[in-house]
Write a protein that binds this ligand. Sequence first.
Ligand code: ATP
Ligand code: MG
Length: 438
Amino acid sequence: MLEQEPGSEPEPHIIPVTDHHLSRGQFSDASRFVVDRLADQGYPAYIVGGGVRDLLIGIPPKDFDVATCARPEQVRRLFRRSRIIGRRFRLVHIYFGSEIVEVATFRSGTPTAGHAHANLELSAAGRLLRDNVYGTEQQDAVRRDFTINALYFDPQSETIRDWVGGYADIRGRVIRLIGVPENRYREDPVRMLRAVRFEAKTGFCIDSETSEPMRHLAPLLATVPPARLFDEITKIFLLGQAQNSFQGLLEHRLLKPLFPWTQEMLVSEKAETVRALIAHALAEADTHIRMGRAPSLVTLVTAFLWAATRQYVEWHEKEGMETLAAMHRALATLMREQQKHVAIPRRILEQVESLIVNQVRLERGVSVPSAARLLTHPDFKASLDFLRLRVESGEAPHTLWTDWQVFSESSPTVEAGDGDPQPSRRPRRPRRRPPRAS
Ligand code: ATP
Ligand code: MG
């Protein structure tokens, strides 16, 4: 953090274009238009966050966010095609065709010790529930998560304004939390997942003081609303760095609070095949992104829950239950419990269930009378793809997959498809209870 002379205004470190070599032309026309318009109206505004970070690293940015001292209503009035969004914190979305520029008013995030603030609310565990307080540019910088995410690019002067040493960390390839790591994780445990995601995305190292508290604070993820964890999970696994991120989750003990049964099976006697199956599923998700296709979250979640489902099925079968009934019972239990950790939408879980149940049907082989009917199942293709992952991980015989492949290719009824099974192909069905064991 910058030293400040008593009585003087704090100033950021200014990095000139001759050092950082980013030019305004590298930022989207829309983000520059927004900043210019705000600045012309007397509101200092900068491009900040992931867009600046990624351009400095040489990664194509996902989007460009703007931070300004103007209040949401003031921003809204300057741009016709804009809308105020957000309840916890109000932001303005400005629409330019398919691009949305998100404009946030500078805000202050961390309550100073002993000074409660009506608009800053912490839970008993120190989690930030509300941080709806406007602040200065410096306060806006220090309430951000990592130093590399807190660089402000001024397109007018083409300088970078750095309040937290983020530019040196970009140079040093370090991911470092701003402030005291333990407090910052307590305020928002999702920052642990973000650290892992940015590590996977940038190839940077997480600074030891930033990584060290994660192991013992990982259980705090249980205090985060499961819906928010689902959002984070999609970013972790569907943006092309699934394999590296999964390694990071394991290394920092963050998998257990998200997918406890996956973690359990990874240390079971079946660990080797579990690991292989998940590794193949993750690799496939990353390959899809590289090839410009949509990766399948259904396949990934199926891979995560597959071994535990099998385990439960074995137990139920030992109690005398028939395989399919055991599988429905196992899935009902596992999914209900899994939802308490990560709120996976029902639509996805239904498809996961379908892929898993279809494995039992696929295992019956192609010579049973019901085989032809399975070919017309809306999730047949995805189920067969999952069987292939099982074969690749040594968990199912290769001939089983080739038999089905040949059988389906010789039949005209099967549609080929990639990615998640299409919900539109699935007739709506009433919620059903898993069959009870007789
Ligand atoms: P990307 O969009 O590539 O995933 P990003 O850094 O832009 O990365 P966003 O989630 O879009 O991430 O957030 C934009 C910025 O908001 C971040 O760069 C960071 O400065 C700040 N931010 C986001 N989430 C948090 C958080 N949980 N705590 C503190 N600051 C955050
Ligand atoms: Mg972003």
